[in-house]
Design a protein around this ligand. Structure first.
Ligand code: C2E
Ligand code: MG
Ligand code: MG
Length: 506
Protein backbone atom coordinates (compact mmCIF):
# COMPACT_ATOMS: atom_id res chain seq x y z
CA UNK A 1 0.00 0.00 0.00
CA UNK A 2 1.07 3.57 -0.76
CA UNK A 3 2.87 5.10 2.31
CA UNK A 4 0.76 8.26 2.36
CA UNK A 5 -2.45 6.24 2.16
CA UNK A 6 -1.36 3.99 4.98
CA UNK A 7 -0.61 7.09 7.16
CA UNK A 8 -3.97 8.63 6.38
CA UNK A 9 -5.82 5.43 7.02
CA UNK A 10 -4.41 5.07 10.50
CA UNK A 11 -5.68 8.54 11.28
CA UNK A 12 -9.15 7.98 9.77
CA UNK A 13 -12.19 7.30 11.82
CA UNK A 14 -12.84 3.56 11.53
CA UNK A 15 -16.59 4.16 11.24
CA UNK A 16 -16.19 6.28 8.06
CA UNK A 17 -14.05 3.62 6.43
CA UNK A 18 -16.48 0.91 7.42
CA UNK A 19 -19.32 2.81 5.74
CA UNK A 20 -17.21 3.35 2.61
CA UNK A 21 -16.12 -0.25 2.33
CA UNK A 22 -19.74 -1.43 2.73
CA UNK A 23 -20.65 0.85 -0.14
CA UNK A 24 -17.86 -0.70 -2.23
CA UNK A 25 -19.16 -4.15 -1.43
CA UNK A 26 -22.64 -3.09 -2.60
CA UNK A 27 -21.15 -1.79 -5.87
CA UNK A 28 -21.88 1.94 -5.11
CA UNK A 29 -18.60 3.14 -3.71
CA UNK A 30 -18.50 6.80 -2.80
CA UNK A 31 -16.99 8.12 0.42
CA UNK A 32 -18.35 11.50 1.64
CA UNK A 33 -16.81 13.26 4.60
CA UNK A 34 -18.38 15.97 6.72
CA UNK A 35 -17.19 19.57 6.61
CA UNK A 36 -15.36 18.98 9.87
CA UNK A 37 -13.02 16.45 8.32
CA UNK A 38 -9.44 17.36 7.97
CA UNK A 39 -7.70 17.92 4.62
CA UNK A 40 -5.97 14.62 5.11
CA UNK A 41 -9.25 12.84 5.41
CA UNK A 42 -10.59 14.61 2.32
CA UNK A 43 -7.56 13.44 0.36
CA UNK A 44 -8.08 9.93 1.67
CA UNK A 45 -11.68 10.07 0.52
CA UNK A 46 -10.62 11.21 -2.95
CA UNK A 47 -8.05 8.48 -3.13
CA UNK A 48 -10.52 5.90 -1.91
CA UNK A 49 -13.08 6.99 -4.50
CA UNK A 50 -10.49 6.81 -7.29
CA UNK A 51 -9.54 3.27 -6.25
CA UNK A 52 -13.21 2.31 -6.07
CA UNK A 53 -13.87 3.79 -9.52
CA UNK A 54 -10.98 1.81 -11.00
CA UNK A 55 -12.37 -1.27 -9.31
CA UNK A 56 -15.76 -0.57 -10.84
CA UNK A 57 -14.29 -0.19 -14.34
CA UNK A 58 -12.27 -3.37 -13.92
CA UNK A 59 -15.35 -5.25 -12.74
CA UNK A 60 -17.25 -4.05 -15.81
CA UNK A 61 -14.36 -4.98 -18.11
CA UNK A 62 -14.18 -8.40 -16.47
CA UNK A 63 -17.91 -8.83 -16.93
CA UNK A 64 -17.64 -7.87 -20.64
CA UNK A 65 -14.71 -10.23 -21.10
CA UNK A 66 -16.71 -13.04 -19.50
CA UNK A 67 -19.63 -12.36 -21.83
CA UNK A 68 -17.28 -12.37 -24.82
CA UNK A 69 -15.74 -15.63 -23.62
CA UNK A 70 -19.17 -17.19 -23.30
CA UNK A 71 -20.02 -16.05 -26.85
CA UNK A 72 -16.76 -17.50 -28.16
CA UNK A 73 -17.41 -20.76 -26.32
CA UNK A 74 -20.94 -20.87 -27.77
CA UNK A 75 -19.64 -20.22 -31.30
CA UNK A 76 -17.00 -22.89 -30.89
CA UNK A 77 -19.71 -25.43 -30.07
CA UNK A 78 -22.47 -24.38 -32.50
CA UNK A 79 -23.05 -24.11 -36.21
CA UNK A 80 -23.17 -20.46 -37.24
CA UNK A 81 -25.96 -20.87 -39.84
CA UNK A 82 -28.54 -22.96 -38.00
CA UNK A 83 -27.44 -22.40 -34.40
CA UNK A 84 -27.46 -26.18 -33.89
CA UNK A 85 -24.71 -27.90 -31.88
CA UNK A 86 -21.67 -28.76 -33.98
CA UNK A 87 -19.47 -31.84 -34.13
CA UNK A 88 -17.55 -31.04 -30.91
CA UNK A 89 -20.68 -30.51 -28.81
CA UNK A 90 -22.35 -33.56 -30.33
CA UNK A 91 -19.40 -35.76 -29.35
CA UNK A 92 -19.47 -34.29 -25.82
CA UNK A 93 -23.20 -35.04 -25.43
CA UNK A 94 -22.76 -38.49 -26.95
CA UNK A 95 -20.00 -39.25 -24.45
CA UNK A 96 -22.34 -38.26 -21.61
CA UNK A 97 -25.05 -40.55 -22.98
CA UNK A 98 -22.60 -43.45 -23.27
CA UNK A 99 -21.40 -42.82 -19.71
CA UNK A 100 -25.02 -43.16 -18.60
CA UNK A 101 -25.17 -46.52 -20.38
CA UNK A 102 -22.08 -47.59 -18.40
CA UNK A 103 -24.08 -47.02 -15.22
CA UNK A 104 -27.34 -48.47 -16.55
CA UNK A 105 -26.98 -51.14 -19.24
CA UNK A 106 -30.65 -50.76 -20.27
CA UNK A 107 -30.09 -47.13 -21.20
CA UNK A 108 -28.92 -47.53 -24.82
CA UNK A 109 -28.31 -44.73 -27.27
CA UNK A 110 -28.31 -44.58 -31.05
CA UNK A 111 -26.74 -42.20 -33.53
CA UNK A 112 -28.50 -41.32 -36.76
CA UNK A 113 -26.35 -39.73 -39.48
CA UNK A 114 -28.64 -37.87 -41.90
CA UNK A 115 -27.84 -36.52 -45.33
CA UNK A 116 -30.09 -34.31 -47.46
CA UNK A 117 -30.13 -35.98 -50.83
CA UNK A 118 -28.71 -33.95 -53.75
CA UNK A 119 -28.97 -30.76 -51.76
CA UNK A 120 -26.27 -29.15 -53.91
CA UNK A 121 -28.88 -29.00 -56.68
CA UNK A 122 -30.80 -26.46 -54.61
CA UNK A 123 -27.74 -24.22 -54.39
CA UNK A 124 -26.97 -24.76 -58.08
CA UNK A 125 -30.54 -24.28 -59.32
CA UNK A 126 -31.61 -21.41 -57.05
CA UNK A 127 -28.99 -19.67 -54.94
CA UNK A 128 -26.94 -20.09 -51.78
CA UNK A 129 -29.40 -17.79 -50.00
CA UNK A 130 -32.25 -20.16 -50.89
CA UNK A 131 -30.13 -23.12 -49.81
CA UNK A 132 -29.33 -21.48 -46.47
CA UNK A 133 -32.96 -20.52 -45.90
CA UNK A 134 -33.99 -24.10 -46.51
CA UNK A 135 -31.28 -25.53 -44.26
CA UNK A 136 -32.48 -23.36 -41.35
CA UNK A 137 -36.07 -24.52 -41.85
CA UNK A 138 -35.09 -28.15 -42.11
CA UNK A 139 -32.96 -27.80 -38.96
CA UNK A 140 -35.92 -26.29 -37.12
CA UNK A 141 -38.18 -29.06 -38.43
CA UNK A 142 -35.85 -31.69 -36.93
CA UNK A 143 -35.58 -29.79 -33.63
CA UNK A 144 -39.38 -29.59 -33.33
CA UNK A 145 -39.69 -33.34 -33.73
CA UNK A 146 -36.93 -34.46 -31.38
CA UNK A 147 -37.91 -36.29 -28.22
CA UNK A 148 -36.95 -34.55 -25.02
CA UNK A 149 -33.29 -35.24 -24.23
CA UNK A 150 -32.30 -36.05 -27.83
CA UNK A 151 -30.08 -33.63 -29.68
CA UNK A 152 -29.30 -32.81 -33.28
CA UNK A 153 -26.06 -31.36 -34.64
CA UNK A 154 -25.10 -30.04 -38.05
CA UNK A 155 -21.87 -31.72 -39.14
CA UNK A 156 -21.44 -30.51 -42.68
CA UNK A 157 -23.13 -28.55 -45.44
CA UNK A 158 -26.06 -30.95 -45.78
CA UNK A 159 -25.27 -33.48 -43.08
CA UNK A 160 -26.77 -33.79 -39.61
CA UNK A 161 -26.32 -36.18 -36.70
CA UNK A 162 -29.06 -37.01 -34.22
CA UNK A 163 -28.48 -38.56 -30.81
CA UNK A 164 -31.37 -40.75 -29.69
CA UNK A 165 -30.98 -41.25 -25.94
CA UNK A 166 -32.57 -44.14 -24.09
CA UNK A 167 -33.84 -46.44 -26.87
CA UNK A 168 -34.76 -50.02 -26.03
CA UNK A 169 -33.93 -51.70 -29.33
CA UNK A 170 -32.76 -51.20 -32.89
CA UNK A 171 -36.39 -51.52 -34.02
CA UNK A 172 -37.46 -48.68 -31.76
CA UNK A 173 -34.57 -46.50 -32.94
CA UNK A 174 -35.46 -47.31 -36.56
CA UNK A 175 -39.08 -46.38 -36.03
CA UNK A 176 -38.14 -43.01 -34.49
CA UNK A 177 -35.63 -42.43 -37.28
CA UNK A 178 -38.14 -43.11 -40.04
CA UNK A 179 -40.52 -40.51 -38.62
CA UNK A 180 -37.71 -37.99 -38.23
CA UNK A 181 -36.39 -38.15 -41.77
CA UNK A 182 -39.81 -37.86 -43.40
CA UNK A 183 -39.68 -34.23 -44.56
CA UNK A 184 -42.62 -32.16 -45.79
CA UNK A 185 -42.28 -29.73 -48.72
CA UNK A 186 -40.59 -26.45 -47.77
CA UNK A 187 -41.29 -23.10 -49.33
CA UNK A 188 -38.23 -21.00 -50.08
CA UNK A 189 -37.61 -17.58 -51.62
CA UNK A 190 -37.06 -17.88 -55.36
CA UNK A 191 -38.83 -21.24 -55.57
CA UNK A 192 -42.32 -21.18 -57.07
CA UNK A 193 -43.48 -24.37 -55.46
CA UNK A 194 -42.64 -26.20 -52.22
CA UNK A 195 -39.27 -27.94 -52.47
CA UNK A 196 -39.26 -31.64 -51.65
CA UNK A 197 -36.06 -32.73 -50.01
CA UNK A 198 -35.39 -36.40 -49.31
CA UNK A 199 -33.08 -37.76 -46.63
CA UNK A 200 -30.76 -40.73 -46.49
CA UNK A 201 -29.68 -41.93 -43.07
CA UNK A 202 -27.40 -44.39 -41.31
CA UNK A 203 -28.20 -45.73 -37.85
CA UNK A 204 -25.69 -47.08 -35.32
CA UNK A 205 -26.75 -48.52 -31.92
CA UNK A 206 -24.50 -48.26 -28.91
CA UNK A 207 -23.37 -51.72 -27.78
CA UNK A 208 -21.60 -50.74 -24.57
CA UNK A 209 -18.13 -50.98 -26.12
CA UNK A 210 -17.94 -48.38 -28.91
CA UNK A 211 -16.82 -44.87 -27.90
CA UNK A 212 -18.48 -41.69 -29.17
CA UNK A 213 -16.25 -41.18 -32.21
CA UNK A 214 -16.62 -44.83 -33.23
CA UNK A 215 -20.41 -44.72 -32.95
CA UNK A 216 -20.61 -41.60 -35.09
CA UNK A 217 -18.23 -43.13 -37.64
CA UNK A 218 -20.36 -46.30 -37.74
CA UNK A 219 -23.50 -44.23 -38.37
CA UNK A 220 -21.65 -42.46 -41.17
CA UNK A 221 -20.62 -45.78 -42.70
CA UNK A 222 -24.24 -46.91 -42.60
CA UNK A 223 -25.16 -43.62 -44.29
CA UNK A 224 -22.71 -44.40 -47.11
CA UNK A 225 -24.50 -47.74 -47.56
CA UNK A 226 -27.87 -45.95 -47.51
CA UNK A 227 -26.66 -43.63 -50.26
CA UNK A 228 -26.09 -46.62 -52.51
CA UNK A 229 -29.28 -48.44 -51.55
CA UNK A 230 -32.15 -48.61 -54.01
CA UNK A 231 -34.61 -50.07 -51.53
CA UNK A 232 -34.33 -48.33 -48.15
CA UNK A 233 -33.17 -44.78 -47.37
CA UNK A 234 -32.11 -45.87 -43.84
CA UNK A 235 -29.45 -48.50 -43.24
CA UNK A 236 -28.41 -49.95 -39.88
CA UNK A 237 -24.66 -50.26 -39.33
CA UNK A 238 -23.07 -53.68 -39.74
CA UNK A 239 -19.43 -54.60 -39.20
CA UNK A 240 -19.02 -55.47 -42.91
CA UNK A 241 -19.64 -51.81 -43.76
CA UNK A 242 -16.59 -50.81 -41.75
CA UNK A 243 -14.42 -53.35 -43.56
CA UNK A 244 -15.65 -51.95 -46.88
CA UNK A 245 -14.88 -48.42 -45.76
CA UNK A 246 -11.35 -49.44 -44.73
CA UNK A 247 -10.78 -50.98 -48.15
CA UNK A 248 -11.94 -47.79 -49.84
CA UNK A 249 -9.76 -45.72 -47.54
CA UNK A 250 -6.57 -47.64 -48.22
CA UNK A 251 -7.39 -47.68 -51.92
CA UNK A 252 -7.83 -43.92 -51.73
CA UNK A 253 -4.38 -43.42 -50.17
CA UNK A 254 -2.83 -45.80 -52.69
CA UNK A 255 -4.47 -44.06 -55.65
CA UNK A 256 -3.21 -40.67 -54.48
CA UNK A 257 0.28 -42.12 -54.23
CA UNK A 258 0.08 -43.83 -57.64
CA UNK A 259 -0.91 -40.52 -59.22
CA UNK A 260 1.76 -38.54 -57.41
CA UNK A 261 4.44 -41.10 -58.25
CA UNK A 262 3.11 -41.54 -61.79
CA UNK A 263 2.94 -45.32 -61.49
CA UNK A 264 -0.33 -45.57 -63.43
CA UNK A 265 0.10 -46.66 -67.02
CA UNK A 266 -1.84 -46.41 -70.26
CA UNK A 267 -2.88 -49.27 -72.53
CA UNK A 268 -3.94 -48.83 -76.16
CA UNK A 269 -6.66 -50.83 -77.84
CA UNK A 270 -6.84 -50.65 -81.64
CA UNK A 271 -10.02 -49.57 -83.40
CA UNK A 272 -10.09 -51.20 -86.84
CA UNK A 273 -11.90 -50.54 -90.12
CA UNK A 274 -14.35 -53.39 -90.44
CA UNK A 275 -14.01 -53.88 -94.16
CA UNK A 276 -10.25 -54.67 -94.06
CA UNK A 277 -9.50 -54.79 -90.30
CA UNK A 278 -6.66 -52.28 -90.63
CA UNK A 279 -5.92 -50.04 -87.64
CA UNK A 280 -7.77 -46.73 -87.82
CA UNK A 281 -7.03 -45.39 -84.34
CA UNK A 282 -6.39 -46.42 -80.74
CA UNK A 283 -8.31 -45.88 -77.52
CA UNK A 284 -6.17 -44.99 -74.49
CA UNK A 285 -7.27 -46.91 -71.38
CA UNK A 286 -5.70 -46.14 -68.03
CA UNK A 287 -4.25 -49.06 -66.03
CA UNK A 288 -3.38 -49.41 -62.36
CA UNK A 289 -1.15 -52.26 -61.25
CA UNK A 290 -1.57 -52.17 -57.47
CA UNK A 291 1.55 -53.39 -55.62
CA UNK A 292 -0.49 -55.81 -53.46
CA UNK A 293 -3.82 -56.31 -55.18
CA UNK A 294 -2.65 -56.61 -58.77
CA UNK A 295 -4.60 -55.01 -61.64
CA UNK A 296 -7.49 -52.88 -60.41
CA UNK A 297 -10.27 -52.24 -62.90
CA UNK A 298 -10.89 -48.67 -64.09
CA UNK A 299 -14.54 -49.33 -63.28
CA UNK A 300 -13.39 -49.32 -59.61
CA UNK A 301 -10.81 -46.56 -59.50
CA UNK A 302 -12.24 -44.08 -62.03
CA UNK A 303 -15.36 -43.45 -59.86
CA UNK A 304 -13.03 -43.27 -56.83
CA UNK A 305 -10.84 -40.68 -58.59
CA UNK A 306 -13.99 -38.74 -59.48
CA UNK A 307 -15.25 -38.70 -55.92
CA UNK A 308 -11.82 -37.65 -54.61
CA UNK A 309 -11.52 -34.80 -57.11
CA UNK A 310 -8.50 -36.51 -58.73
CA UNK A 311 -10.04 -37.32 -62.09
CA UNK A 312 -8.75 -34.25 -63.91
CA UNK A 313 -5.20 -34.94 -62.75
CA UNK A 314 -5.65 -38.56 -63.88
CA UNK A 315 -7.10 -37.50 -67.23
CA UNK A 316 -4.26 -35.06 -67.87
CA UNK A 317 -1.75 -37.78 -66.99
CA UNK A 318 -3.32 -40.08 -69.61
CA UNK A 319 -3.29 -37.31 -72.23
CA UNK A 320 0.33 -36.42 -71.51
CA UNK A 321 1.35 -40.10 -71.69
CA UNK A 322 -0.56 -40.58 -74.95
CA UNK A 323 1.11 -37.52 -76.53
CA UNK A 324 4.57 -38.92 -75.65
CA UNK A 325 3.65 -42.36 -77.03
CA UNK A 326 2.27 -40.91 -80.29
CA UNK A 327 5.55 -39.01 -80.74
CA UNK A 328 7.48 -42.28 -80.26
CA UNK A 329 5.22 -44.11 -82.75
CA UNK A 330 5.69 -41.29 -85.25
CA UNK A 331 9.45 -41.55 -84.93
CA UNK A 332 9.33 -45.33 -85.39
CA UNK A 333 6.54 -45.86 -87.93
CA UNK A 334 6.21 -42.53 -89.73
CA UNK A 335 4.27 -39.29 -89.33
CA UNK A 336 0.88 -40.87 -90.06
CA UNK A 337 0.68 -42.89 -86.85
CA UNK A 338 -3.04 -43.25 -86.10
CA UNK A 339 -4.83 -40.92 -83.68
CA UNK A 340 -5.52 -41.85 -80.07
CA UNK A 341 -8.80 -41.24 -78.29
CA UNK A 342 -8.87 -40.29 -74.64
CA UNK A 343 -11.87 -40.77 -72.30
CA UNK A 344 -13.13 -37.64 -70.59
CA UNK A 345 -15.09 -37.96 -67.38
CA UNK A 346 -18.18 -35.99 -66.41
CA UNK A 347 -16.31 -34.12 -63.69
CA UNK A 348 -13.62 -33.04 -66.12
CA UNK A 349 -16.08 -31.83 -68.69
CA UNK A 350 -17.63 -29.49 -66.13
CA UNK A 351 -14.36 -27.49 -65.94
CA UNK A 352 -14.69 -24.17 -67.72
CA UNK A 353 -10.99 -24.22 -68.66
CA UNK A 354 -10.88 -27.82 -69.88
CA UNK A 355 -10.78 -27.21 -73.66
CA UNK A 356 -7.90 -24.74 -73.29
CA UNK A 357 -5.94 -27.12 -71.02
CA UNK A 358 -6.37 -30.05 -73.42
CA UNK A 359 -5.40 -28.01 -76.49
CA UNK A 360 -2.40 -26.46 -74.71
CA UNK A 361 -1.13 -29.92 -73.77
CA UNK A 362 -1.54 -31.30 -77.30
CA UNK A 363 0.07 -28.29 -78.99
CA UNK A 364 2.72 -28.10 -76.25
CA UNK A 365 3.93 -31.57 -77.32
CA UNK A 366 4.23 -30.35 -80.89
CA UNK A 367 1.25 -32.45 -82.06
CA UNK A 368 -1.58 -31.29 -84.31
CA UNK A 369 -5.15 -31.49 -82.91
CA UNK A 370 -6.22 -34.29 -85.27
CA UNK A 371 -3.73 -36.67 -83.57
CA UNK A 372 -5.96 -36.75 -80.49
CA UNK A 373 -9.66 -37.57 -80.07
CA UNK A 374 -11.91 -37.35 -77.06
CA UNK A 375 -14.63 -39.76 -75.94
CA UNK A 376 -17.50 -38.61 -73.78
CA UNK A 377 -20.24 -40.93 -72.56
CA UNK A 378 -23.73 -40.53 -73.84
CA UNK A 379 -25.33 -40.31 -70.38
CA UNK A 380 -23.06 -37.37 -69.62
CA UNK A 381 -24.49 -35.40 -72.52
CA UNK A 382 -28.15 -36.06 -71.84
CA UNK A 383 -27.72 -34.39 -68.44
CA UNK A 384 -25.44 -31.82 -69.94
CA UNK A 385 -25.05 -28.27 -68.82
CA UNK A 386 -24.18 -25.57 -71.34
CA UNK A 387 -20.56 -25.90 -70.22
CA UNK A 388 -20.23 -29.51 -71.43
CA UNK A 389 -21.48 -28.71 -74.90
CA UNK A 390 -19.48 -25.48 -75.05
CA UNK A 391 -16.28 -27.42 -74.27
CA UNK A 392 -17.04 -29.96 -76.99
CA UNK A 393 -17.68 -27.15 -79.49
CA UNK A 394 -14.33 -25.52 -78.73
CA UNK A 395 -12.52 -28.85 -79.17
CA UNK A 396 -14.44 -29.67 -82.33
CA UNK A 397 -13.80 -26.23 -83.85
CA UNK A 398 -10.09 -26.70 -83.12
CA UNK A 399 -10.11 -29.80 -85.37
CA UNK A 400 -10.49 -32.48 -82.73
CA UNK A 401 -12.71 -35.49 -83.37
CA UNK A 402 -15.34 -36.09 -80.67
CA UNK A 403 -16.77 -39.56 -80.02
CA UNK A 404 -19.94 -40.43 -78.12
CA UNK A 405 -19.04 -43.44 -75.97
CA UNK A 406 -21.36 -46.24 -74.77
CA UNK A 407 -24.02 -45.08 -77.24
CA UNK A 408 -27.45 -46.62 -76.63
CA UNK A 409 -27.14 -46.83 -72.84
CA UNK A 410 -28.37 -43.32 -72.04
CA UNK A 411 -31.84 -41.87 -72.43
CA UNK A 412 -33.40 -40.21 -75.46
CA UNK A 413 -30.15 -40.74 -77.31
CA UNK A 414 -31.63 -40.34 -80.74
CA UNK A 415 -33.53 -37.16 -80.02
CA UNK A 416 -30.54 -35.00 -79.20
CA UNK A 417 -27.80 -36.58 -81.31
CA UNK A 418 -28.16 -34.03 -84.10
CA UNK A 419 -27.47 -31.18 -81.65
CA UNK A 420 -24.04 -32.43 -80.57
CA UNK A 421 -20.68 -31.46 -82.07
CA UNK A 422 -19.84 -35.12 -82.58
CA UNK A 423 -18.18 -37.09 -85.40
CA UNK A 424 -18.32 -40.72 -84.31
CA UNK A 425 -20.65 -42.78 -82.12
CA UNK A 426 -19.42 -45.87 -80.28
CA UNK A 427 -22.19 -48.46 -79.98
CA UNK A 428 -22.22 -49.95 -76.52
CA UNK A 429 -21.03 -53.55 -76.10
CA UNK A 430 -24.41 -54.61 -74.68
CA UNK A 431 -25.92 -54.29 -78.21
CA UNK A 432 -22.92 -55.84 -79.90
CA UNK A 433 -22.96 -59.03 -77.78
CA UNK A 434 -26.25 -60.41 -79.14
CA UNK A 435 -26.13 -58.66 -82.54
CA UNK A 436 -25.54 -61.84 -84.50
CA UNK A 437 -28.07 -63.98 -82.69
CA UNK A 438 -30.94 -61.73 -81.63
CA UNK A 439 -33.20 -59.80 -84.02
CA UNK A 440 -34.14 -56.98 -81.67
CA UNK A 441 -30.68 -55.67 -80.75
CA UNK A 442 -29.73 -56.13 -84.41
CA UNK A 443 -32.64 -53.88 -85.37
CA UNK A 444 -31.53 -51.25 -82.82
CA UNK A 445 -27.97 -51.41 -84.13
CA UNK A 446 -29.08 -51.17 -87.75
CA UNK A 447 -31.26 -48.13 -87.09
CA UNK A 448 -28.63 -46.44 -84.94
CA UNK A 449 -26.06 -46.90 -87.70
CA UNK A 450 -28.52 -45.52 -90.28
CA UNK A 451 -29.29 -42.48 -88.15
CA UNK A 452 -25.62 -41.75 -87.42
CA UNK A 453 -24.80 -41.98 -91.14
CA UNK A 454 -27.68 -39.65 -91.99
CA UNK A 455 -26.20 -37.17 -89.54
CA UNK A 456 -22.76 -37.50 -91.13
CA UNK A 457 -21.27 -39.54 -88.30
CA UNK A 458 -19.29 -42.77 -88.42
CA UNK A 459 -19.97 -45.75 -86.12
CA UNK A 460 -17.62 -47.88 -84.01
CA UNK A 461 -18.96 -51.10 -82.47
CA UNK A 462 -17.41 -51.83 -79.05
CA UNK A 463 -16.54 -55.20 -77.51
CA UNK A 464 -16.51 -57.34 -80.65
CA UNK A 465 -15.40 -60.77 -79.48
CA UNK A 466 -16.65 -63.17 -82.15
CA UNK A 467 -16.43 -63.60 -85.90
CA UNK A 468 -20.21 -63.76 -86.35
CA UNK A 469 -20.56 -60.38 -84.61
CA UNK A 470 -17.94 -58.91 -86.96
CA UNK A 471 -19.72 -60.27 -90.05
CA UNK A 472 -23.15 -59.10 -88.95
CA UNK A 473 -21.91 -55.64 -88.08
CA UNK A 474 -20.06 -55.31 -91.37
CA UNK A 475 -23.16 -56.45 -93.25
CA UNK A 476 -25.37 -53.84 -91.64
CA UNK A 477 -22.96 -51.05 -92.47
CA UNK A 478 -20.94 -50.49 -89.29
CA UNK A 479 -17.72 -48.62 -90.10
CA UNK A 480 -15.29 -49.52 -87.34
CA UNK A 481 -14.87 -52.10 -84.59
CA UNK A 482 -13.01 -52.50 -81.31
CA UNK A 483 -12.74 -55.60 -79.19
CA UNK A 484 -10.77 -58.60 -78.11
CA UNK A 485 -11.40 -60.30 -81.46
CA UNK A 486 -8.94 -57.83 -83.02
CA UNK A 487 -6.72 -57.11 -80.04
CA UNK A 488 -6.85 -56.66 -76.29
CA UNK A 489 -5.53 -53.35 -74.92
CA UNK A 490 -1.73 -53.29 -75.43
CA UNK A 491 1.27 -51.56 -73.91
CA UNK A 492 2.70 -48.64 -75.94
CA UNK A 493 5.54 -50.86 -77.23
CA UNK A 494 3.20 -53.68 -78.24
CA UNK A 495 0.93 -51.16 -79.97
CA UNK A 496 3.96 -49.84 -81.89
CA UNK A 497 4.88 -53.35 -83.02
CA UNK A 498 1.28 -53.92 -84.14
CA UNK A 499 1.50 -50.69 -86.15
CA UNK A 500 4.68 -51.93 -87.85
CA UNK A 501 2.91 -55.15 -88.81
CA UNK A 502 -0.13 -53.22 -89.97
CA UNK A 503 2.02 -50.92 -92.12
CA UNK A 504 3.83 -53.96 -93.54
CA UNK A 505 0.47 -55.38 -94.61
CA UNK A 506 -0.27 -52.31 -96.74
P1 C2E B 1 -14.89 -47.54 -72.28
O1 C2E B 1 -14.36 -46.19 -72.58
O2 C2E B 1 -16.19 -47.92 -72.90
O3 C2E B 1 -13.74 -48.54 -72.72
C1 C2E B 1 -13.99 -49.77 -73.30
C2 C2E B 1 -13.90 -50.88 -72.30
O4 C2E B 1 -14.24 -52.09 -72.90
C3 C2E B 1 -12.48 -51.06 -71.77
O5 C2E B 1 -12.58 -51.47 -70.43
C4 C2E B 1 -11.98 -52.20 -72.63
O6 C2E B 1 -10.89 -52.90 -72.06
C5 C2E B 1 -13.22 -53.03 -72.70
N1 C2E B 1 -13.19 -53.94 -73.85
C6 C2E B 1 -12.63 -53.75 -75.05
N2 C2E B 1 -12.85 -54.80 -75.86
C7 C2E B 1 -13.60 -55.68 -75.15
C8 C2E B 1 -14.17 -56.96 -75.45
O7 C2E B 1 -14.04 -57.50 -76.52
N3 C2E B 1 -14.90 -57.55 -74.46
C9 C2E B 1 -15.07 -56.97 -73.26
N4 C2E B 1 -15.79 -57.61 -72.36
N5 C2E B 1 -14.55 -55.77 -72.94
C10 C2E B 1 -13.82 -55.14 -73.88
P2 C2E B 1 -11.67 -50.90 -69.30
O8 C2E B 1 -10.30 -50.65 -69.82
O9 C2E B 1 -11.84 -51.78 -68.14
O10 C2E B 1 -12.31 -49.50 -69.02
C11 C2E B 1 -13.59 -49.41 -68.50
C12 C2E B 1 -14.08 -48.01 -68.54
O11 C2E B 1 -13.28 -47.18 -67.68
C13 C2E B 1 -13.94 -47.36 -69.91
O12 C2E B 1 -15.03 -47.74 -70.70
C14 C2E B 1 -13.97 -45.91 -69.55
O13 C2E B 1 -15.30 -45.48 -69.33
C15 C2E B 1 -13.24 -45.89 -68.23
N6 C2E B 1 -11.85 -45.51 -68.49
C16 C2E B 1 -10.79 -46.24 -68.89
N7 C2E B 1 -9.70 -45.47 -69.02
C17 C2E B 1 -10.08 -44.20 -68.70
C18 C2E B 1 -9.40 -42.93 -68.64
O14 C2E B 1 -8.21 -42.80 -68.96
N8 C2E B 1 -10.15 -41.85 -68.26
C19 C2E B 1 -11.46 -41.96 -67.95
N9 C2E B 1 -12.10 -40.84 -67.58
N10 C2E B 1 -12.12 -43.12 -68.01
C20 C2E B 1 -11.44 -44.23 -68.38
MG1 MG C 1 -14.19 -45.12 -74.17
MG1 MG D 1 -17.36 -47.57 -74.24
Amino acid sequence: MHDETRMLLTRTAPQTLLTGSRAVAKGRPSLRLSGKSSDGLARLARHFNAVASTLRQRTRALHDALERLEAIQHDAMHDSLTGLPNHALFIERLRQALAQQDRDAHFRSAVLAVNLERFHLINDSYSYATGNHLLCHIAQHFVDRLRSGDIIARLGADQFAILLRGVASTDEALQISRQLIELPGFTAPGAHQPLQIKCRAGLAMSDGTADAETLLRDADNALQAARGSESDPIQVFQASMYARMLTTLTLETDLRRALAERTLSVAYQPIVRLFDQRIASFEALVRWQHPLRGQISPDVFIPLAESLGLIHELGMFVLHRACLDILTWQRQTGPDAPPVSINLSARQLARATLARELLDTILGHGLTPERLRFEVTESLLTHSSGQNIETLHILHDAGITVLIDDFGTGYSALSYLHTLPCDIVKLDGSFVGPVATDDRPRAVVRHSIGLAHDLGMAVVAECIEKEDQLHTLRDIGCDFGQGNLFSKPLSANEACRLLHDDNGAR
